[in-house]
Write a protein that binds this ligand. Sequence first.
Ligand code: 5RP
Length: 227
Amino acid sequence: MSQDLQKIIAGRRAAEFVKNGMVVGIGSGSTIAHFIEALGERVANEQLNIVGVATSEKTRRNAAQLGIPMYNVDDIDKIDLTIDGADQISDDFSAIKGGGAALLWEKIVAFNSRENIWVVDASKRVDKLNQYLPVEVIPYGSDQLFKRFTASGFHPTWRLDQNGNPVRTDSANFLIDLHLPIIENPRELGDELIKMVGVVEHGLFTDVVNHVIVGTDDHSVNVIDVK
Ligand code: 5RP
């Protein structure tokens, strides 16, 4: 089955985890677009009474258009459940996120949530994290930071839009992608990155996820309980 179909079945299944009365953190990306669609259907057809908190402006717009009442993270007491995508998930259930440039808000929403579910297609499951790692940085001084990343052997590249301009996140920051062969110790690397002045946040998510929903090759969905 194609990756797109895996995303559809996993994303739609994720909507079944939402219960009446919940405050729901709503992730970003193409897999989560299917979750949002299915959640919108449930709100319309089952009179599901929920409130959403978005991890990006795009998600906020899409969810609101489908009739999901959207609140700011600072307007609610606590998020009950956040459902988000991921770029890679390793065997120890660490993840790289931020392929869609939303890692900062995604992390804020995740860490203010009682439970977190990640929804992915099978290609995202890896033994060890080995994909480019997005880092959100303050524009001021970012050329200097880029040089420090180079000196540290992180092989940085700027995230650019189709016109060659730096991508701006929803918080108006820049993104630098680090290209490391394998991330052996995500916690250690995350600690090192967050201490570098000018780094706002990095795309390593460790000790966050409670359940992972994986769309598989045979039209089924695997639900993995992590903690
Ligand atoms: C956005 C993210 C997304 O969750 C991640 O990029 C997965 O996206 P997709 O479902 O399109 O593969 O972290 O910042």
